[in-house]
Design a protein around this ligand. Structure first.
Ligand SMILES: *Cc1c(COP(=O)(O)O)cnc(C)c1O
Length: 378
């Protein structure tokens, strides 16, 4: 009996990407076996952290790495590190930030909500967010103005499709912070296939969700400057206690890094492109829906499927299609952020051929039945 049957759980087809409420990613056999073995054993955790540090640096660059519970935790910990450094008294005092720099500058368009506002991660450290520029635009000048204050602890940048406004040049923003001797942190949680590109910005720390594109158990990876990463680790004796990684997560990350090392990038990209092309071709005759291939908007090395729904009369548009896809068995989840403009997006990366068939069949069926639109369950 599989785990869904054993516990009576809903089997879901996840075309929504690395989405936390659906369990984020599928881990490999290697990761699963490593985690299972780890659970039954004792370890010197310091050895595990050192192993991942070396493996992450070999894979992605930077000088050192540390594992935390997740990227939300990593953000709070990195902000706290920028505030307290390696001073044990300050580490123990946080989140009481008296006498410490406590302003965290971020471009206004980088104040994002990935399930909760990332400004909450900042406040948890005892700091407060200072938004630079406007949601539409944050220039280097805007950043410089916000950074020019003696209580500035760090600059926080976000590399994600969730940011708004004209793109901020990360390399220039990092340089602006460094001109003021302010450390720069980049939240790149879902950018785990562009790790070296983000580290090459010169940021003091780049944060990656290991459970997203590395497909490990839930964990955050802080990669960057050795001294800064060390200051992050010191937070384990402060607010970081509640944000610690488990032994199985650290070893799972190690196995996931080994998977990535073995991955043949060209063959992987080709396999993803084939899936997308197959799907677009398979649904080309579906009435009132046009499928096309579009590049990932955040620069990740794969495409997505875009479904453009032609609203033809009452009760039929992109939001209705998304609700239909989700309301039948098994529920199919897609990205709905473009539904207002008539678009749904599907990320096919973790899906197998049988799942792609199910999605294509359901789409055909929903589109064919659109005129007989029955009221939907909420
Ligand atoms: C997913 C995500 C996070 C949160 O990562 P967790 O590891 O789930 O805490 C933070 N920032 C961005 C941009 C994300 O996409």
């Amino acid at each position: 009996m599989n785990i869904h049957e054993r516990y009576g759980l809903t089997r879901v087809i996840n075309a929504r990407g690395t989405f936390t409420p659906l369990g984020v990613s599928r881990s490999s056999e290697r990761v699963a076996k490593t985690v299972a073995q780890a659970l039954g054993e004792f370890f010197i955790i310091e050895e595990l952290q050192s192993l991942v540090s070396q493996a992450a640096v070999d894979l992605a660059g930077g000088e050192a790495a540390a594992v935390t519970h997740c990227v939300s935790a990593a953000t709070t910990i990195a902000v706290a590190a920028a505030m307290a450094g390696s001073d044990p008294k300050k580490v123990a005092a946080l989140p009481d930030a008296s006498g410490m720099p406590d302003r965290v500058v971020l471009p206004a368009g980088h104040a994002v909500d990935y399930g909760h506002p990332n400004t909450t991660d900042i406040r948890l450290a005892g700091a407060f967010p200072v938004l630079a520029g406007s949601e539409a635009m944050c220039s280097t000048r805007d950043l410089e103005a916000a950074l020019a204050h003696e209580r500035t602890a760090c600059l926080l940048l976000v590399s994600s499709r969730l940011t708004t406004g004209s793109p901020v040049d990360l390399r220039e923003a990092v340089a602006a912070a460094h001109r003021r001797n302010v450390p720069a942190i980049i939240d790149a949680a879902a950018q785990g296939m562009r790790m070296d590109a983000l580290l090459s910005t010169g940021a003091d720390a780049v944060l990656f969700s290991a459970q997203k594109y590395l497909a490990s158990p839930t964990a955050g990876l802080i990669i960057g400057r050795a001294e800064f990463v060390r200051d992050c680790r010191v937070q384990e004796r402060g607010i970081g206690r509640a944000m610690k990684p488990t032994k199985e997560a650290i070893l799972g990350v190690l196995a996931a890094i080994e998977d990535r090392r073995d991955l043949e990038p060209a063959a992987w990209r080709e396999a993803q492109a084939r899936k997308v092309a197959w799907f677009v071709d398979r649904v080309k005759h579906v009435s009132s829906v046009t499928a096309s291939e579009v590049p990932d908007p955040s620069g990740m090395p794969f495409s997505r499927v875009r479904l453009t729904v032609r609203a033809e009369g009452e009760g039929w548009n992109a939001a209705v299609l998304a609700a239909r896809l989700r309301s039948e068995t098994p529920p199919i989840w897609v990205m709905e952020h473009g539904a207002g403009e008539g678009h749904l997006f599907l990320e096919l990366v973790p899906l197998d051929d049988a799942e792609l068939e199910v999605i294509a069949d359901r789409l055909t069926h929903c589109a064919a039945g659109r005129s007989a639109a029955a009221p939907l369950p909420n």
